[in-house]
Design a protein around this ligand. Structure first.
Ligand SMILES: C[S@@+](CC[C@H](N)C(=O)[O-])C[C@H]1O[C@@H](n2cnc3c(N)ncnc32)[C@H](O)[C@@H]1O
Length: 282
């Protein structure tokens, strides 16, 4: 897949594309990024790309001619192949979502156009682009961050970019549901212990716990998504169930200062330490 980003600030865009997973995807040739400096398509000696707005008012507006020349050149390069999807970043556009990322990830060539200042001469939106997209209801200083957000979301969906373990099907929004919580070492920090269920090695119970956490988080944090979910009979049961560590798996739980204290106090009280340790932090 090829993604072109047309911008007045190529260094800003390159810095992100040359970092971490995007960089690896680029190096492996899984995605071809091309950062296009809009000033290269200005023809006057000052390489002007903006001008004052007709009708007055403050701020500057990005001119149509350099944008049209840049888009013509990029489209011509696609020679023979399907014309690229040309996307204008604009707070007034259609909201970018994971669903849109999945759809656009199937394209062979995207061009992302970054506005700046007051925005872009509206004839660009009317005549030169195929899509107008916003990354949320707030106004940023330029389209570089939105273009990078879109490029990132689409790149990680390309085959081979993420390892199997990080498969995008498991992410939030793969279905209208949030992802379950993750934990890593240490098992205890400031007395905050990782849920025992994740430490017990019982994979079926862990899978049930994760599904339960996803359902509960979505219900509590994003009722709008939750209302779109089709819940199975098992999901409905899971929402109210208390998931505990199966007795046979308790021996796998690591010992921490907290569990040692617990054991000591149970022993003091003369209790059987093995039979009662099933605390779930959900
Ligand atoms: C300061 S903004 C222009 C805002 C415009 N005057 C308005 O009120 O809608 C400059 C550029 O940043 C980009 N931009 C800012 N916020 C954005 C958002 N939420 N989503 C997508 N692009 C955005 C667009 O490319 C826009 O042309």
């Amino acid at each position: 897949m090829r993604i072109d980003i047309v911008t007045l600030f190529p260094e800003m865009v390159e810095a992100v594309l040359n970092t971490s997973i995007l960089r690896r995807a680029r190096e492996k040739g899984l995605v071809t990024f091309r950062v296009v400096n809009l000033r290269d398509y200005a023809t006057d000696k000052h390489r002007t790309t903006d001008d004052v707005p007709y009708g007055g008012g403050g701020g500057m507006v990005m001119k149509i001619e350099p944008i049209a020349r840049a888009l013509d050149a990029l489209t011509a390069e696609a020679c023979g192949a399907q014309k690229p999807r040309v996307i204008l970043t604009d707070p007034r556009g259609r909201q970018f979502t994971q669903e849109l990322a999945r759809e656009w990830a199937k394209e062979s060539h995207l061009v992302l156009l970054c506005g700046h200042y007051e925005g872009v001469d509206d004839r660009v939106r009317q005549h030169l682009v195929t899509d107008v997209v916003s990354i949320g209801d707030y106004v940023l200083t330029g389209g570089e961050l939105p273009a990078l957000v879109i490029a990132d979301a689409i790149t990680r969906l390309q085959e081979g970019v993420l390892g199997d373990q990080e498969a995008p099907e498991k992410d939030s929004f793969a279905e209208p549901i949030l992802e379950y919580p993750h934990y890593t070492r240490p098992v205890e920090f400031r007395g905050w212990r990782v849920p025992d269920i994740l430490l017990c090695g019982h994979h079926a119970q862990i899978a049930r716990w994760r599904r339960q956490q996803s359902l509960r988080l979505t219900r509590d944090l994003r009722p709008d998504l939750f209302n779109r979910l089709t819940l199975s009979a098992d999901d409905l049961k899971l929402l109210d169930e208390e998931i505990t560590v199966p007795p046979k798996s308790r021996k796998h739980l690591p010992v921490t200062s907290e569990s040692l204290e617990e054991t000591a106090s149970q022993q003091e009280r003369g209790k059987d330490t093995d039979g009662t340790r099933t605390r779930d932090h959900s």
